[in-house]
Design a protein. Structure first.
Lengths: 650, 120
């Protein structure tokens, strides 16, 4: 047993280019023992072993490629750990220490990195963990907790839950006789599955319904950590709360988390999308402005910290990767372009397929084992705000993940590949998929009968906006506000769920994001397969813009847009709170900027149908046009970029 | 004044090593009642850390002033860091001099260290 673990630890050490065996490598080796005590114990405490392993690797960092000390000997701490495990083995009359002996010895060393990591992840009670390790009995995995699962009448049977998802549900409701899956909650950008579940007690009386979110294990863990640090203390008294630790399974990469809805009745929770068609625009808008906004406002959107930022810092992450590179077997071309933080986008404008590019000091955001690819982003080098760390994403294809270990949070000193695709190509592809009647490569789009007759082409113009400075506000934001995440509780109270993206960020982002997703939902029946139907709605949005700005009140607002008019009033409140209206600059530019990028993202979203995506493309064009009208000093005079010239796109 | 230091290596190839320094053994210098120790990769440092190539030749100074430890980064190439209490994965770079508590972790180059309790 000890030999196996030592060998695995040595392998881990070599992959991390460490060349010594530390307690960290031993711990990772133990976590990797299939069906072992360590991985089971960690799982029982709500963590996927892979998550703990990657966190540990991230904290250690990779060694340098040119390390000269190549010994593979245990560190003094690892020596002591093995010694202590040997003593435990001898005490129980065994000749060789087993995994438990090593784990117990490791948990007793409060100074070692694995224990400090476990504490940082929230497993603060080491005595308890130690006791559990000493007494742990491996349970038989073939005995899944049996909870019978039925489906309610509103459950969409065209999208069945798969076995892995069902296993997570059974684990979460372990101890119940049966559960009823009532329905899906849908929408948003994540690939997560959200369902409303009613557990049944043994007398078959239903308990209060809860919302279960099932997603990739690392995302669920991140959400749990984020909920603890950002959300828990900032919630109104009646609300949705995360209850218990995440639950995972060794059968798949999935994990689940439970939201309980703290209510005073046992009314079935409904999301906003489910009732959009039952409420008229005015009622919906009123509810958003006078119920949802005040419920979370004081702790969230009305924090109003003054925030001056460059647009890319909050919005670059929403765009497709700035580059997709391919690793090649041959040595990199000597004349490669280097990309470092701060990124100078103008340097990338002339890049074409096959050009060689070196990326330096970027951070791994995601690892895609199935596609053999990794996604990089600027990382903490671009300052600590969440959105900024995710800016300038670069996808690397053809990474040999069997030979090179990569993990989330890893800083890559240098990686060289050839250009496979640019951001502009991806956006152009998304726009041409909408079968436009206009030329997608020109700088303006002709819109017959519209005023103005020409709007900026979003895919050739957004790049100019990324370097603009905004004087806005930041606050705690939900990060993914859309009708599927907004719940209506008893007495029409407002609940929010899904805090996976909650962060400090640009305050208006939440509302611009809600506006774009509401628009797609509201006009789904008014849009047909003609561009004219899209332009008709755009005309109404133009009326709304004028009216919200207070510059034109003669046209009545389209009934469906009344809810959006209330969102604009919320935006107005946020803008007023930061006093921007007292200045000379028309403040609406800040909102249109957020709207432009939200619409641009929605344009390439394949869960929307073509007419909806067309609406988003033209909305982006209109928003960019209106930004230009409202930030004259920035756009017309153009703040010089670091390179002096950044007029091209990438 | 007791001029003794117990320094514990908390990561890397020497993880778990404990080193002792004292003025009595002519380690460091005493100037204006402040005990000063130099730390770096070069051999003439009081605290020599040779294994970590991310440590500068003359990386930092430790000072014991009236019972309080201080750490000064000497504009080292790869920096010195302390833990961010709010984020385990974000290490805060140390600029200039900071106060250091016994038991507090700090990092020079890639090596985590901490000052242990002095033996009575």
């Amino acid at each position: 047993m000890l030999t196996e673990i030592l060998n695995a630890a040595r392998q881990e050490s070599a992959q991390m280019r460490h060349y010594y065996i530390g307690v960290e490598h031993l711990f990772i080796a133990m976590l990797n023992q299939r069906g072992g005590i360590t991985s089971n114990l960690i799982q029982d405490h709500g963590f996927k072993p892979e998550y703990v392993i990657d966190s540990l690797r991230r904290k250690m960092g990779k060694g340098s490629k040119t390390q000269t000390v190549a010994l593979g000997l245990p560190t003094p701490r690892a020596d002591r750990l093995i010694e202590s495990a040997r003593r435990l083995a001898t005490k129980s009359g065994r000749t060789e220490p087993n995994e438990r002996d090593l784990l117990v010895s490791l948990l007793r060393d409060g100074d070692c990195l694995p224990v400090r990591l476990l504490k940082a992840l929230g497993l603060s009670d080491m005595d308890h963990l130690l006791e559990a390790a000493q007494a742990y009995r491996l349970h038989n995995d073939s005995q899944q907790p049996y909870v019978s699962i039925e489906f309610g009448p509103d459950f969409d049977r065209s999208k069945e839950l798969n076995n892995e998802q069902l296993l997570i549900l059974r684990r979460i409701f372990h101890g119940y006789l049966s559960i009823r899956v009532d329905r899906y909650l849908t929408g948003g950008y994540s690939e997560a599955t959200l369902v409303v579940v009613t557990p049944m007690a043994s007398d078959r009386r239903p308990d209060a319904p809860v919302v279960i979110k099932i997603d990739q294990g690392d995302r669920i863990q991140d959400e749990y950590q984020r909920y603890d640090s950002h959300v828990r203390t900032k919630l109104p008294p009646l609300t949705a709360r995360v209850e218990g630790r995440p639950v995972s399974s060794e059968m798949s990469a999935l994990a689940g988390i439970k939201y309980t809805l703290v209510t005073d009745t046992d009314l079935k929770p409904k999301d906003l999308r489910a009732i959009i068609n039952q409420w008229d625009g005015e009622t919906l808008g009123n509810w958003l402005e006078n119920t949802l906004f005040p419920a979370f406002g004081n702790h969230w959107w009305l924090q109003n910290y003054p925030y001056r930022f460059q647009v890319w810092q909050e919005y670059d992450w929403m765009l497709p990767p700035i580059l997709t590179l391919e690793l090649t077997k041959e040595d990199p071309h000597p004349t490669s372009v280097r990309i470092q933080v701060p990124v100078r986008r103008s340097r990338l404008r002339s890049l074409e397929y096959g050009d060689s590019v070196t990326v330096e000091n970027f951070v791994v955001q995601k690892v895609y084992p199935a596609r053999n690819a990794i996604l990089l982003a600027a990382g903490p080098g671009a300052a600590s705000m969440h959105a900024r760390m995710n800016a300038y994403r670069i996808e690397i294809r053809n990474v040999d993940l069997h030979r090179n270990t990569h993990f989330r949070g890893e800083v890559i000193d240098s990686i060289t590949g050839t250009v496979y695709k640019t951001r502009h190509e991806m956006l152009a592809h998304a726009l041409s998929a909408l079968e436009p009647y206009f030329d997608i490569y020109t700088s303006t789009i002709h819109i017959p009968g519209f005023s103005p007759e020409y709007l900026p082409n979003p895919i050739t113009r957004y790049n100019l906006l990324l370097d603009d400075y905004l004087n806005g506000s930041r606050a705690t934001i939900h990060g993914d506000l859309h009708p599927g995440n907004i719940m209506i509780g008893p007495k029409e109270s407002a609940f929010l769920i899904d805090f996976a993206h909650t962060r400090e960020g640009h305050t208006l982002f939440d509302w611009a994001n809600l506006e774009t997703s509401l628009l797609c939902d509201l006009f789904i029946d008014d849009l047909d397969d003609t561009w004219d139907s899209v332009i008709d709605i755009l005309r109404e949005i133009r009326v709304l813009n004028k009216s919200a700005e207070g510059s034109n009140g003669t046209h009545p607002i389209h009934p469906s847009l009344k809810s959006i008019a209330h969102i604009r009033r919320i935006a107005h409140q946020i803008l007023t709170a930061t006093n921007v209206f007292s200045g000379t600059q028309n403040p609406w530019g800040e909102y249109y900027m957020a709207l432009a990028f939200c619409a641009l993202r929605a344009m390439s979203r394949d869960t929307l149908n073509i007419p909806q995506r067309r609406l988003m493309a033209l909305l982006a064009a209109l928003a960019i046009n209106d930004v230009t009208g409202h930030l004259p000093q920035n756009i017309a005079g153009k703040t010089p970029t670091p390179d002096g010239d950044d007029t091209n796109y990438i | 004044m007791e001029c003794e230091l117990t320094l514990m290596v908390m990561s890397g190839i020497d993880d778990g090593t404990v080193r002792y320094y004292s003025l009595q053994q002519n380690e460091g210098i005493l100037r204006d009642k402040i005990w000063i120790l130099t730390l770096g990769r070069n051999e003439d440092n009081d605290i020599m850390l040779r294994q970590d190539t991310f440590i500068s030749r003359y990386h930092a100074k430790l000072r014991l002033n009236n019972g309080q430890w201080q750490f000064e980064d000497l504009n080292s190439t790869n920096g010195s860091f302390q833990e961010d209490p709010a984020d385990f994965f974000n290490d805060e770079r140390i600029n200039g001099t900071i106060a250091l508590e016994v038991g507090q972790l700090f990092r020079v180059g890639r090596t985590w260290l901490k000052i242990g309790q002095t033996q009575e």
